[in-house]
Design a protein around this ligand. Structure first.
Ligand code: SF4
Length: 335
């Protein structure tokens, strides 16, 4: 059988998980990210109506059109996707929230919203297609662009770049990964694991803009990432419904059980790397960055999957399924 015709347990093909035809530039990294999300949803046997896609503004934010045609979706205003995701998530905790954003949408205008969604441990996959440039408005440098990196007009930015993965670890995200749109073997299992994690899961995907920022000295170009990819680990994701304990030994393969019983196998490539030690993760990220390397893999994982609902103790059901008395227990006594 041709892989395109293979069926998952719902009797659906990969085709059934696709969206509309992409209008992005040929070669844009974002189309590979859409393909990875399609593959992840196919392999997870996800029903489209269980997913809510949210995005903001930019070439990246068009991505939500390119997978899961029949899911819920909201294309919000610039940088405000986390607010929409928070409201929707509080109203219906049973959906799987997939937010796709870009470095402009996340690291500039939406930076405050991004930070607060993390510290509230909003249960969502927040995927950033990071190319260091504002592609939609023709190539201005974004806040993740390398300091002194020149754009197409030869202008460099004098400002420090923001490392979104390090920022997310700092602010308390439970699941932080970095990957590359050109590495499907790494990206697909990370997307599956992030969608199965309860809490805030960031995947910072280096997704090159071939039109405005693909010169070989840019750390967001295809050539640069291929040559400087410091993969710290690899994830195999096996959604089996049994609990396997976590037995952590540096240099080994670690089984990590996520909240619904799904198991992720973490192959530690770097002997001295411990993705559960926040301080060590931050210094490792800094070290790789100083060395001009792009650290990829599951960078940080907090086994405590308390999300926003756990933190503020919400009722365990979607709002539209509740009676008055559930919302305000005192009401029943007044009647
Ligand atoms: Fe992709 Fe850049 Fe084209 Fe936008 S301008 S679609 S980011 S290649």
């Amino acid at each position: 059988h041709h892989p395109a015709l293979a069926l998952n347990s719902l009797g659906l093909t990969r085709r059934d998980y696709e969206g509309v035809i992409s209008t992005l530039c040929a070669g844009c990294g974002h189309d590979s990210v859409s393909a990875a999300i399609v593959e992840a949803c196919f392999e997870l046997d996800i029903e489209a109506h269980r997913v809510a896609k949210v995005s903001g503004i930019g070439c990246s934010s068009k991505t939500t059109n390119y997978f899961l045609n029949r899911s819920h979706g909201f294309n919000s205003v610039h940088g405000r996707m986390p607010s929409v995701a928070t409201g929707a998530n509080l109203a219906n905790r049973n959906l799987v929230y997939v937010g796709v954003s870009g470095d402009g949408d996340t690291a500039s205008i939406g930076l405050g919203q991004f930070c607060h969604a993390i510290r509230r441990r909003l249960n969502m996959l927040y995927l950033v297609e990071n190319n260091g440039t504002y592609g939609l408005t023709k190539g201005q440098a974004s806040a993740t662009n390398d300091k002194q990196s020149k754009n197409r007009k030869g202008l460099g930015t004098p400002f420090e770049s923001i490392d979104l993965a390090a920022l997310a670890v700092e602010l308390g995200a439970g699941f932080v990964a970095r990957s590359f749109s050109g590495d499907k073997a790494q990206l697909v299992p990370l997307v599956k694991a992030a969608m199965s994690y309860r809490g805030f899961a960031l995947i910072d995907v280096i997704s090159p803009c071939v039109t405005f920022n693909n010169h070989p000295t840019s750390t967001k170009s295809y050539d640069y990432v291929r040559e400087h990819n410091a993969a710290l680990d690899r994830v195999d994701f096996v959604p089996v419904r049994e609990t396997i304990s976590v037995d952590y030994e540096p240099g080994s393969v670690v089984d990590v059980t996520l909240h619904d019983g799904a198991v992720m196998k973490l192959h530690k490539l770097a002997e001295d790397y411990d993705p559960s030690d926040r301080g060590a993760v931050l210094s490792a990220l800094n070290r790789h960055r100083e060395a001009g390397e792009v650290a990829t893999g599951l960078l940080y994982l907090d086994a405590d999957e308390t999300d926003l609902h756990g933190l503020i103790d919400t009722v365990p059901a979607p709002l539209n399924s509740l009676q008055d008395a559930d919302l305000c227990p005192g009401n029943a006594a007044l009647e």
